[in-house]
Design a protein around this ligand. Sequence first.
Ligand code: ADP
Length: 182
Amino acid sequence: MRLVLLGPPGAGKGTQAALLSEKLNIPHISTGDLFRANIGEETPLGLEAKSYMDAGKLVPTELTARMVADRLAQEDAANGFLLDGFPRTVEQAEILEKMLSEKGQHLNAVVNFSVDEDTVVERMLARGRADDNEDTIRTRMQVYRNETAPLIEHYGAELVTINAVGDIEEINAATLKALQAS
Ligand code: ADP
């Protein structure tokens, strides 16, 4: 199964992705985690991505897309994957479609985790990651509204929308059920 998870920062995509990845037996590919691993290892990619991430801005698409293409080319992603954090813009969605179609592949579903803005800001402040201060959060929400939210319309009828406010296990169960029905 080839899945994309969408939702505002702080929607709990990472948490849900980890559960789904285990239950569906597909690798969880998080662009945020890949960038953070590169920053930790001080790779050239990490060094370039860091300033954008610290400011709450998007890392340039060319860099991000290359990283995703490399990851998708690994063997464990040959039969399915769960993308978390990519695509984040309509341009990235088009790049992903091209990457997949060149391999004769397509997405099976796009899951949209829906959460109100007050809840996500509260969650991010509570989790306290390096880029979770108030200014950066405000920038990321703005980037979400301007760049990422248009993906909801882009995917249209392909979208499976899940209410992501509530109990973690219940949200996971609702997602699995919706995926079975999709
Ligand atoms: P969150 O879901 O809380 O926004 P992520 O871990 O998904 O956190 O992303 C953290 C940061 O990594 C983003 O603010 C951005 O700087 C960078 N990033 C992640 N995915 C992408 C992407 N697809 N395109 C550009 N930048 C990205």
